[in-house]
Design a protein around this ligand. Structure first.
Ligand code: S3P
Length: 444
C-alpha cells in the first residue's frame, strides 16, 4: 500500500543556511480585510498572508458586501461598504480552520442588523464560541441556533443598535477583545474592554490607523483598558503587513536545534505583545541577534540572525503566555533539545486551539522519545541535551502548528520524524516547505 499523500517526513543532515522572509502576519491580515470591509472606499494592503485562513475571511468580507481583489503577490484591494451598511450574506459564512476569522467576524455581524450562519471544518466545530456569543448577547445580538456547547454551526442575529458595554473577558484573548470592539463600532456609545493581561493589540492599532477614536490606558500590573467611541467614519488607510512572528518561530527554532545552522529571518514583527518566544529562547541560551530594528507599516520589525546553540531548560511564567500563545508547540520542541527541564506554566488555553495542543504536543514528544508531562495547566519537558531520538508518525489533528513543530523536530533528531497530514500548513504558512528546503531542510 502506498503512503498517504498528505504525510510528510523530515530528516536531519544538512545545517540550515541562508535568508528567509516569513509570510505576512495572520492576525494583521484578518484585521486589514475586515477594517477594509468596514470603511467606505478602497483599502490597499501589501504583504497580505495568502493562507487558507485569510482566504476564508476574504470570502466572508465579499459575502457581507465588500469587493476584494488580488492585484499581485500579497497586494490586495478591499472596497468596503462602511459601518452600518453591510449586506446580509446569502450563504453560510465558511471559515475553514480559522478561529480568528470566525470570532472577529462574529463581532462584526453581532453589531449589525443582519443574520448570518457561521461554520467551519471539523477542528473549528469543536472550538468554544460561547466566549464570543456571551458579550455579543449583552450588546443585543441573539444566537438563533448553535451546536452543543456553543460550538459552530452558529446562526447569529446581530443588533443594528448594539449597546455600549464595559466588558472584562474571562480569559486573556485578543479574539474576545476584538469581537467586542468590532461590534462596538456600530454602537451609539462608548465600548470599553478591560483586560487583566494585555493581549495582542493589532485591532486597537489598526482602528486608530483607520481614524477611529480609541484610547488605551494601562490597567493593573499587566493589563489594559481600551475605550472606543462608536460609529466613527473609518477612512481607508494603506496597510503594510509585517512578517508573522508565529510563522518565523519555526525556522527560528529549527536553526537553533540543527547543528551548524546560521540563517537570517527578514523583517519579523517585533511587537512586544508577540515576542515572548524570542525572550524565552534567549533565556535558554539561543544565539539570536536582532539586526536593523526599524518601523515598517506602523510596526517595529527586525532581521534576526540565528545560529545553532546549546539550550538549557527554563521556567516560563504564566504571565508570558499571551505574548507567545501560539508558540508553545515549537517551544516544546526547543525544550526537548535543551539540557534540563523546561516548565511552561498556565497553558489551559492550549486545549482549545486548532487542536488540544497540550495533548498533541505530549503525544508527539513521547513518540520522539522525549519525557514529558502535564501537571494541571503546566507542560513539563525533560530535555534530552541536544540528542533527541525522533522517529514515528505524529498525529496532527488538523493543526498547522503541530504539523510544522514536529517537522522541525525531525530536522535535528537522530531518526526522521513523520506527520500524518501536512495539508493544514497552508492555513498560515503555504510556502513553509519550499522556503525551508531552500535553507537546506530535508523533507520527503
Ligand atoms: C489571535 C489571538 C490568539 C491566537 C490566534 C490569533 C488573534 O487567540 O491564538 O492564533 O489574531 O487575535 P486568543 O485571543 O483566543 O488567545
Amino acid at each position: 500500500m502506498g503512503r498517504d499523500p498528505n504525510q510528510l517526513s523530515a530528516a536531519a543532515g544538512a545545517p540550515l543556511r541562508g535568508r528567509l522572509k516569513p509570510p505576512g502576519d495572520k492576525s494583521i491580515s484578518h484585521r486589514a480585510l475586515i477594517l477594509g470591509l468596514l470603511s467606505v472606499g478602497e483599502t490597499a494592503i501589501e504583504g497580505l498572508l495568502e493562507g487558507d485562513d485569510i482566504l476564508h475571511t476574504a470570502g466572508a468580507c465579499r459575502a457581507l458586501g465588500a469587493t476584494v481583489a488580488r492585484q499581485g503577490e500579497g497586494r490586495w484591494r478591499v472596497k468596503g461598504c462602511g459601518i452600518g451598511s453591510l449586506l446580509e450574506p446569502r450563504e453560510t459564512l465558511d471559515f475553514g480552520n480559522s478561529g480568528t476569522g470566525m470570532r472577529l467576524m462574529m463581532g462584526v455581524v453581532g453589531g449589525h442588523a443582519l443574520t448570518a450562519r457561521f461554520d467551519g471544518d471539523a477542528s473549528l466545530r469543536k472550538r468554544p464560541m460561547r466566549r464570543i456569543l456571551d458579550p455579543l448577547i449583552l450588546m443585543g445580538a441573539e444566537a438563533l441556533s448553535e451546536a452543543a456547547g456553543g460550538c459552530c454551526p452558529v446562526t447569529l442575529k446581530g443588533s443594528g443598535e448594539p449597546a455600549p458595554i464595559h466588558y472584562s473577558p474571562p480569559v486573556a484573548s485578543a479574539q474576545i477583545k476584538s469581537a467586542v470592539l468590532l461590534a462596538g463600532l456600530n454602537s451609539p456609545g462608548r465600548t470599553i474592554v478591560t483586560e487583566t493581561e494585555a493581549s495582542r493589540d493589532h485591532t486597537e492599532k489598526m482602528l486608530k490607523h483607520f481614524g477611529a477614536a480609541i484610547e488605551v490606558e494601562p490597567q493593573g500590573a499587566h493589563g489594559r483598558k481600551i475605550m472606543l467611541e462608536g460609529r466613527p467614519d473609518l477612512r481607508p488607510a494603506p496597510v503594510i503587513v509585517p512578517a508573522d512572528p508565529s510563522s518565523a518561530a519555526f525556522p527560528l527554532v529549527a536553526a537553533t536545534i540543527a547543528p551548524g545552522s546560521e540563517i537570517v529571518i527578514e523583517a519579523m514583527m517585533m511587537n512586544p505583545l508577540r515576542t515572548g518566544l524570542l525572550t524565552t529562547l534567549l533565556e535558554m541560551g539561543a544565539d539570536v541577534e536582532v539586526l536593523d530594528r526599524r518601523i515598517e507599516g506602523g510596526e517595529e520589525v527586525g532581521d534576526l540572525r540565528v545560529r545553532a546553540a546549546a539550550l538549557r531548560g527554563v521556567d516560563v511564567p504564566a504571565a508570558r503566555a499571551p505574548s507567545m500563545i501560539d508558540e508553545y508547540p515549537i517551544l516544546a520542541v526547543a525544550a526537548a533539545f535543551a539540557f534540563g527541564e523546561t516548565r511552561m506554566r498556565g497553558l489551559g488555553e492550549l486545549r482549545v486551539k486548532e487542536s488540544d495542543r497540550l495533548a498533541a504536543v505530549v503525544a508527539g514528544l513521547r513518540q520522539a522519545g522525549v519525557e514529558t508531562d502535564i501537571i494541571g495547566d503546566d507542560l513539563i519537558v525533560n530535555g534530552c541535551g541536544g540528542q533527541v531520538e525522533g522517529g514515528g508518525l505524529v498525529t496532527t489533528h488538523l493543526d498547522h502548528r503541530i504539523a510544522m513543530s514536529f517537522l522541525c523536530l525531525g530536522l535535528a533528531s537522530r531518526r526522521p520524524m513523520s506527520i500524518d497530514d501536512a495539508s493544514m500548513i497552508a492555513t498560515s504558512f503555504p510556502a513553509f516547505r519550499t522556503q525551508m528546503e531552500r535553507l537546506g531542510a530535508r523533507f520527503s
